[in-house]
Design a protein around this ligand. Structure first.
Ligand SMILES: Nc1nc2c(c(=O)[nH]1)N[C@H]1C(S)=C(S)[C@@H](COP(=O)(O)O)O[C@H]1N2
Ligand SMILES: [Mo]
Length: 255
């Protein structure tokens, strides 16, 4: 991250901490994770981060009683790309999750197939760097199971999530990425249900990722493809995600 990007990131994050509380959600600035993010923003190396919190540690899980009365939707909430409008028109019957890149067997999985796989349900807190958190219940297929079905090649190092929405005025597709090994964290799931209902459009229908040890912008919505790659160079501007490319956000995004 350049000094300018770092300055913009911290300014945004700190301004957000002072933002008004949202109905049903809480301000983020009292969260320990958020403070550790700010502390780490100066030198966000994975090694430093994982010295504080082991990578395989679980994010806290909550109970039904803790669910936020309303879960804020943020970023894209109603994608208008022709691809997405067509999927929505068929109520996602024609949706296929493509799993490709450095895999033995590229896949195209329907929602029915994804729902037939083993599932995990988790009640967790979503923390957005804009200064709000909400607790929601997510059900989905463990990301590692989907990747294992395709068979990662030995040289695969990253998982890239490709989304159906064009973000903002720039026409750039939203995307995100993580280390391949992070896909096997027990709380890394491809969620198709939220709060005991089918995942609604504002929250990423028909499929979004939940990576419960990471900040909000890593939780890619409207996922149409998962690609295994050995380098992030040449994808977007090469920083591993839409906001990493355009907002100077930290790629690791851990909490
Ligand atoms: N495809 C896509 N995924 C996205 C975004 C987006 O704009 N497009 N916004 C991100 C941000 S910044 C946040 S905080 C969360 C918001 O998820 P929610 O709408 O379920 O609250 O989605 C993340 N994933
Ligand atoms: Mo966010």
């Amino acid at each position: 991250m350049t000094d300018e990007q770092r300055r913009r990131f911290l300014t945004r994050a700190l301004a957000a901490g002072g933002a008004a509380a949202l109905a049903g959600c809480n301000k983020l600035n009292d969260s320990a994770g958020f403070k550790s993010l700010l502390a780490g923003a100066d030198k966000p190396t994975d090694a430093a981060f994982h010295a504080l919190t082991p990578e395989d540690a679980l994010a806290r899980e909550f109970t039904e009683a803790d669910l936020s009365p309303a879960f804020k939707a943020n970023g894209s909430t109603n994608p208008q790309t022709p691809e997405y409008l067509a999927l929505m028109a068929s109520n996602f019957a024609d949706y296929r999750l493509k799993v490709g890149g450095l895999v033995a067997t590229p896949l195209a999985l329907s929602l029915e197939q994804l729902r037939a796989m083993p599932s995990r349900t988790q009640i967790t807190r979503h923390d957005c760097v804009e200064g709000w958190s909400c607790i929601g219940k997510w059900k989905g297929v463990p990301l590692g199971k989907v990747i294992d079905l395709a068979g990662p090649k030995p040289e695969a190092k990253y998982v890239v999530f490709r989304c159906a929405d064009d973000y903002g005025q720039n026409g750039g597709r939203y995307y995100e990425s993580i280390y391949l090994r992070e896909a096997y964290h027990p709380q890394s799931i491809l969620a198709y249900d939220m709060n005991d209902a089918i995942l609604p459009v504002p929250h990423g229908a028909p499929l979004r990722v939940r990576l419960e040890r990471k900040l909000g912008y890593k939780q890619a919505k409207y996922i149409v493809a998962v690609d295994l790659v050995d380098s992030l160079a040449g994808i977007g501007a090469g920083n591993g995600g839409y906001w990493e490319d355009s907002g100077g956000y930290i790629w690791h995004g851990g909490i």
